[in-house]
Structure formats: C-alpha cells, structure tokens
Write a protein that binds this ligand. Structure first.
Ligand code: B12
Length: 511
C-alpha cells in the first residue's frame, strides 16, 4: 500500500495517517451562497448532485453543505467542517458565486488545514491559474466536467498517494508553491452511464414554487452553437451528447415518485437540438402516462409546428427561447445564427400550439445603440411573448464577448459579485447603466400591467399562475416605491426590476 506520510499540496499538508490505510476518502461538497445583492435563484445544483452520485456509487461517504437554502456564517461553516471532518472539501462556483466559494474554502482550511480543498464550475474552468494567485486556500481546480476527475482524486486521497496528481486529467493544482496545469480531460461520451443525480442531499421541500416541488433534469450535454456571450461550451464542449429517452423518463418517474416532483424543468442548453430525440422522449412520457407540467429551454431554429404540438401534448406548458435581440445587426454580432423572423415565427407557433413563451434578451451589448434596443422593445410588443427576461450583457471569462470587450478597450468591472446580469459590468457610453435601467423600468412597468395580471390569473395553468404572481409582486413593489418616492426629497434611484436569472424566477418570486 502506498502511504504518503506528508505530501504538501499548496499550503496544506495532507496527513493521511489520521484515517489509516484503505479507508475510503470522505468528501464534503458545498453549494456556495449568492452574493447578498444578487437575485437569489434557488435551485438544486445538478453539478453537485452528479458528483455526489458518482462518488456514492463507488462507496465513498459524501456530505453536502448547501449555503443557498441556509446561509451559515464563517464560524458556523468552520464548526460544520470540523464536525464532519472530511478528507476532501469541494465547492462549486459560477463567476457570480466565485468569491463566496473562496470564502467557503477559507473556512475549510481554517477548520481542517489537512483536508484537500478543490473548486470547480464555469468560472474556475477558465480562470484556473488566477485562482491560485487569488486564494491561498485552494489546492486543486477541477476544470470542465468533474465526475471522473473527482473519482480519481478521491481514489488518490484514499490511497494517500497525492504524488499521482500529476496524472489526473482536467486539473490545475498547487504543489510546493508551484502551479501545475494538467491536460484537459475528454468529455464523457456516454452520459447514460451516469447515475441519477443525488437529490437526497437536499431538502426538496425548499424547492417549491407555488405549492409544487419544482425539480430540474438535464437530458443532454454539449452545444455546437457559437453564441458569443455563452460559456457553456467550455463546460460541456460543442458536441451534443443526448441521453436515451427511456433513461430520461426513468429519471422523471424517479423524481416524481421519490421526491414528490410536481413540475419539471428541462435545463438542457437546447432541449430540442435533436428533434427526433425530443419526440421520442415525448412518446416515452405518453407511454408511461407522465402527465405533469414541464418547461424547457431551446433555440427558435430547433422547433417546428409539429414538434411544438407534440411537446404541448405531453405537458410542456412553457418554453424558453433565447431570442436575445430584436435587431438583426445585434443577432449577427452575437453569432446567434438566427433571424428576427425566425424568432417571431417560433413564438407564434408555440403560442398556437398552446405553450406559453418566455423569451430571454441580452441588452446593452457592446455597440448596441438606443435605436437597436428600441427594436427589441418593438419586437416584444409585436410578438407578445408571455414572459420576458431582460439580461444585461455580461462578458463571462472564456466567452468571445469577453475578448470583444477587451478588444474594444471597454473598462471591465472585475467585482464578480456584480455578474448577475441585472447590472452593467463594463463601461458603455452608447447605452450607459442609467439608460438601461430606465428602459427596463419603463418596460416592466408597462408590461406587468393589471390587465396582464388578470389575463394570467384567468389562464389557469400552473405557469400562468406563477407569471401572475410575478406581475403582482411587481405591481406591489411599484406601488410601494411610488409612495416611498413621493415622501423623499431629492434624487432617488429606481428599484431593480428582478425577473430572475436566465429563465429563472428569483427567490422573491417563488411562493
Ligand atoms: C441549468 C443552468 C442554470 C440553472 C441551475 C444552476 C445550478 N445551480 O445548477 C439556473 C437557471 C438556476 C442558473 C442560474 C444561473 N446561471 Co446558469 N446555467 C445552467 C446551464 C444551462 C447548465 C448547468 C448545469 O446544470 N450543468 C450540468 C451540471 C452537471 O454541470 P455543472 O453544474 O457545470 O457541474 C459540473 C462541472 O462544472 C464540474 N464541477 C462543478 N462544480 C464542481 C465542484 C467540484 C468540487 C468538482 C470536483 C467539480 C465541479 O463537475 C460537474 C459535473 O460534471 C449552464 C450552461 C452549461 N451548459 O453549463 C448555465 C451557466 C452555468 N449559467 C450561467 C449563468 C451566468 C447563470 C446565472 C449567473 C444567470 C443569472 N442571470 O442569474 C445564474 C447563477 C447560478 C449560480 N448558482 O451561480 C453561465 C455561467 C457563466 C459563468 N462563468 O459564471 C452558464 C455557463 C451559461 C452561460 N451563459 O454561459 N443556471
């Protein structure tokens, strides 16, 4: 048995003696909180659930600490880690949650200096080298898909063989103050082989929206499209890998029967990328009499009238289209690969099929003019989608947009806690923050009218009720704000309209 007594990884010494030989490593996985000022979109993090599931399948003991449904202080976190006493502490993170994730590893190292700390997710996959200059508390960055990588790392820790780190694909690590970047790990080819994500670590009763447990499922990984603002391809690559329809519906049944799911969100980047596969999933759902409502996300050029009718027939009540802009010039610049006409056509088809339509828009993109933004507003009034998410353009590291803003010499705000798409993170003279906020406020004030509220209330289906609730929240906030503003003397700042993350109801919108 290999037994490395004291191997220094980063600042820490991993002393395996305390566990003894052949004891499988104990892993704690942590979901970091959102920065306080960001919209609090609380959803089960599938990444952590998949990581926990593959570890448990191989007999590792896993604990999950969720800092989104409860927000522990640094001291409480330290106490938690000390009481769990794991060998590995891993945290997930997007750009928005990167700094809170580093705080978690700080608490981890304080409580357990000998534990091996690691971080994964879209931000660090791209900014892996920087992590080591920004935090003394990280031993390993896991890049891209993490299931196989974490299994290998847990194996090495169990053996006390941290010398083997050099052979683990897809990691960047620090050893004796040096940072090493291993080669990329190829993507998992057959994602059907992955176990179902381990939701059991989360209190699913906390993921209720208007009385129904809302659970996510991912049926594919990878996206071949080139959208300049998206970092998804860095995580899952450009090759589409779909799960088989029968496995997908097995998971849906399991979510319903074991966790009381009353409604599903298909979180795939492009659920209908392969129309035949999407049809086959619907057939399987019909065969097994799955009659729960669901929503999905897709592209306008990946739907047809026939497909939309089929989706509706199996419970799809809401479809999210990444419309992005009403200006063809902007769509071209974003390399969206769609036209304004396709956007309008898909919205009309979905509505004809009886599916509500939510569209997401990217506003304030570099070089966008107020006239182009107006084209987007005009597009909304012309096509009348049921819900609109206006997201401010955010150049996430690893995206073409990130390089583009740099090329244009636009000054980037690197306070990552602002990367939630409801504020501007680069200086844009054509569409400054004040103009964007004013446009958004005016738009939502008009859009969420009492008529909208009543219409959605009358529509009766689940998602229309959620939209009615969102509109009501907006109307109440607007009324409160007008009263407050009336009482103020001097300049007042408009309240943030917060329709949630990308296609995401924010916490305040959940009931
Ligand atoms: C579904 C989804 C959501 C869902 C659920 C997110 C969640 N917490 O699970 C919702 C709608 C809530 C959401 C919200 C947001 N999202 Co989102 N989302 C996605 C999407 C489409 C899929 C993510 C997913 O579930 N993948 C499947 C799981 C299995 O993969 P994973 O989470 O990446 O985890 C794997 C690896 O990253 C790695 N890993 C991750 N963590 C760790 C930790 C350790 C220790 C290890 C070893 C490995 C590891 O292993 C995991 C298993 O393979 C991606 C696009 C994409 N294709 O990646 C965007 C994406 C992740 N989202 C993005 C963004 C911007 C957001 C928001 C900020 C948007 C907003 N306006 O609010 C919020 C913030 C979310 C957060 N918690 O920080 C960006 C992130 C870019 C960035 N650099 O931050 C992406 C990449 C899309 C894009 N525009 O580029 N999102």
């Amino acid at each position: 048995m290999l037994f490395a007594k004291h191997i220094i990884v980063g600042g820490a010494v991993l002393n395996r003696k305390s566990r003894g030989n052949n004891v499988k490593a104990h892993v704690a996985l942590v979901n970091p909180p959102y920065p306080v000022e960001a919209p609090q979109a609380i959803f089960i993090p599938l990444g952590i659930c998949y990581l926990a599931a593959v570890l448990e399948e191989k007999g590792y003991v896993v604990d999950v600490v969720d800092c989104q449904t409860s927000q522990p202080s640094q001291q409480q976190l330290q106490d938690k880690f000390a009481s769990l006493n794991p060998d590995i502490i891993g945290v997930t993170s997007a750009t928005l949650t990167y700094l809170p994730a580093l705080d978690i590893l700080k608490a981890a190292k304080k409580a357990l200096p000998n534990a091996l700390t690691m971080i994964g997710g879209p931000h660090v996959t791209v900014m892996d080298q920087q992590v080591f200059t920004e935090s003394p508390d990280v031993d390993i960055v896991v890049r891209s898909e993490g299931e196989q990588t974490l299994l290998e790392l847990a194996g090495l820790v169990s053996e006390g063989n941290l010398k083997g780190l050099s052979d683990v694909l897809g990691i960047t690590f620090r050893r004796n103050e040096q940072v090493y970047r291993n080669s990329d790990r190829p993507f998992i080819i057959d994602i059907d082989k992955l176990p179902f994500p381990a939701h059991k670590h989360f209190d699913v009763s906390k993921y209720k929206i208007m009385g129904k447990t809302y659970l996510p499922i991912i049926t594919s990984r990878g996206c071949p499209f080139q959208c300049t603002f998206c970092a998804g391809y860095r995580m899952c690559g450009r090759g589409f890998r779909g799960r088989s329809p029968s496995k997908v519906v097995d998971e849906l049944e399991w979510l319903r029967d074991s966790f009381g799911a009353g409604i599903f969100a298909f979180y795939d980047d492009t659920f209908t990328f392969d129309a035949n596969r999407a049809m086959a999933i619907c057939d399987e759902m019909q065969k097994r009499k799955m009659d729960l409502p669901w929503d999905c996300r897709t592209r306008v050029d990946r739907v047809s009238k026939e497909l939309l009718t089929k989706l509706h027939g199996t419970g799809c009540q809401l479809i999210h289209f990444g419309v992005e802009s009403g200006s063809q010039q902007m769509l071209n610049l974003m390399r969206k690969g769609t036209t304004v006409e396709q956007n309008a056509q898909a919205i009309a088809w979905a509505k004809e099929a009886g599916i509500s339509v939510a569209i997401s828009l990217v506003i304030g993109y570099p070089t966008e003019t107020p006239q182009m933004l107006q084209q987007t507003i005009d597009f909304i009034y012309k096509t009348k989608p049921d819900y609109v998410y206006m997201c401010e353009a955010v150049p996430y590291p690893g995206t073409e947009l990130y390089e583009y803003t740099k090329k244009l010499g636009l000054e980037l705000n690197t306070d990552w806690t602002q990367y939630h798409e409801q504020t501007q993170v680069f200086k844009n003279d054509l569409l400054p923050l004040s103009k964007l906020e004013e446009t958004k406020k005016q738009f939502y004030d008009k859009y969420f009218s009492p008529t909208y509220y009543l219409k959605k209330r009358r529509q009766g289906d689940y998602y229309s009720q959620v939209m009615a609730r969102m509109a009501l929240n907006h109307l109440v906030n607007k009324y409160r704000f007008s009263r407050w503003a009336f009482k103020q003397v001097g300049k007042v700042r408009s309240p943030k309209v917060s329709p949630g993350g990308h296609s995401t109801p924010s916490k305040q919108q959940q009931g």
